[in-house]
Design a protein around this ligand. Structure first.
Ligand code: AFP
Length: 323
C-alpha cells in the first residue's frame, strides 16, 4: 500500500525546483483535512451543528463547522515559513500566516467546507485547495494554468483525497484506524463522455435560452448518443464533480441572465477542480472560455462552471456559442 506521505514525497521531485516545500504544504493540508473529517464524524455528539450569527463575503450564513474547518486550515499554515497567505471563502481578506511580513513564497486558496447545506443532514461535504507560487513582486492572483497543485477532500461514506500537481490525478482513501491516507486510484482518467448531468435545475428559469436548450439536449431521448442522461445532484460541488471524474458526464453551475458570473468561485472552486479534471482528460469551461486561462481580478471572483467529460462539455460550449 502506498501512503499519501510517500506519494507526495515522490511527487515533489517532479516540481520544477524539486523542493521540500511542496511536501510540507501538502502535509499541512492533509492534517487540516483529517481534523475536519473527525469534526464532521463527531458533529452530532459535540453540539457543533447549526449556524453562527455571521455571514461570509458571499452573503451566506456561516455554520459552526464552516468556521471550525476554516480555523483548522489557517492553523495548519500558521508560521509554516513557506506559506505567506491563505485565501478562504470564509475570510473577506487574504490572511497573512507568515511569521514575518512577506516571508514564504506560496499562497494557498481553499474552500474549507464545501456544500454547507449538507451539514445538518449527514450528506457529503468537501474541502477544496489550490496552491500558487507568488511572483517576486508578491502577486498572488494568477490563472489556474499556473497552479502548483490542487485537489479536494471528500467526506462521504469514506474520506478521500484527490490531488494533482500536474502529473496525473491520484486518489487516496483515509484508513481511520491507521490515521493515514493510502493510494486507492492512480492516474485517474475521466471517460470522454458520461451518462449523467448534474445541475440545480430549479434555477433554470434564470438561465439564458441557449443554456436551457443545452440542458434539455441531455434530457432528450436519443439511443445513438446514449441519451437521455440521468440527473444526479447532491448540492456539494466536490461530491458531484467527483462522480463525474470517476464515471464521466458533466456538472454545470451556469451564469444567469441577471447574474452572468454565476455563483461558484474561481480561485477555490472552479480553478482547482478544473485543474484536476483536465489532468484526468476532461474539460473545465465557463461555456465560452477555459477556466484555466482566466486572469483573476479579485480573490472571491465568481465564474460560471461547466466541467466534466470532454465531449459533454463541448456539447454545452456549442450551444452557448451559437449566433
Ligand atoms: P459552500 O458550501 O462552500 O458555500 O458551497 C456550496 C456550493 O457552492 C457548491 O458546493 C454547490 O455545488 C452549490 O453551492 C450548490 O448550490 P445550490 O444550492 O445553489 O444548488
Amino acid at each position: 500500500m502506498v501512503s499519501l506521505t510517500r506519494h507526495i514525497f515522490e511527487q515533489q521531485c517532479l516540481q520544477p525546483d524539486g523542493t521540500e516545500e511542496f511536501f510540507t504544504i501538502m502535509n499541512r493540508i492533509v492534517s487540516g483535512g483529517k481534523r475536519i473529517a473527525r469534526a464532521l464524524r463527531e458533529a452530532g455528539l459535540t453540539g457543533s451543528l447549526g449556524v453562527t450569527d455571521t455571514k461570509n463575503v458571499h452573503g451566506e450564513q456561516v455554520q459552526y463547522l464552516d468556521a471550525r474547518a476554516n480555523e483548522f486550515f489557517v492553523e495548519a499554515f500558521q508560521d509554516s515559513g513557506i506559506v505567506q497567505l491563505v485565501v478562504s471563502e470564509e475570510m473577506e481578506e487574504p490572511f497573512p500566516v507568515a511569521a514575518a511580513k512577506g516571508a514564504g513564497k506560496y499562497a494557498v486558496f481553499f474552500d474549507p467546507l464545501d456544500g454547507s447545506s449538507n451539514i445538518d443532514v449527514n450528506a457529503p461535504l468537501g474541502s477544496i485547495f489550490s496552491i500558487h507560487c507568488l511572483d517576486p513582486n508578491g502577486r498572488f492572483l494568477k490563472p489556474g494554468c499556473e497552479q502548483v497543485a490542487a485537489g479536494y477532500l471528500l467526506y462521504g461514506a469514506g474520506t478521500i483525497l484527490v490531488y494533482t500537481c500536474g502529473a496525473g490525478v491520484h486518489q487516496f482513501t483515509l484508513d481511520p484506524m491507521a490515521g493515514e491516507f493510502f493510494l486507492s486510484a492512480s492516474n485517474v482518467q475521466i471517460p470522454s463522455r458520461g451518462k449523467t448531468y448534474s445541475v440545480n435545475e430549479g434555477n433554470s428559469y434564470k438561465w439564458s435560452k441557449d443554456m436551457n436548450e443545452a440542458v434539455v439536449y441531455f434530457r432528450n431521448d436519443d439511443k445513438a448518443t446514449g441519451r437521455p442522461y440521468s440527473l444526479r445532484y447532491t448540492g456539494c460541488l466536490v461530491a458531484d464533480v467527483h462522480r463525474v471524474l470517476v464515471k464521466g458526464g458533466l456538472y454545470l453551475y451556469p451564469g444567469e441572465v441577471q447574474k452572468p458570473e454565476g455563483k461558484l468561485r474561481l480561485m477555490y472552486e472552479a480553478a482547482p477542480l478544473s485543474f484536476v479534471v483536465e489532468q484526468a482528460g476532461g474539460l473545465g469551461s465557463t461555456g465560452v472560455e477555459r477556466i484555466s486561462t482566466i486572469h483573476p481580478k479579485t480573490p472571491h471572483q465568481c465564474v460560471p462552471l461547466i466541467i466534466g467529460s470532454r465531449e459533454d462539455v463541448e456539447v454545452v460550449e456549442r450551444f452557448l456559442s451559437r449566433e
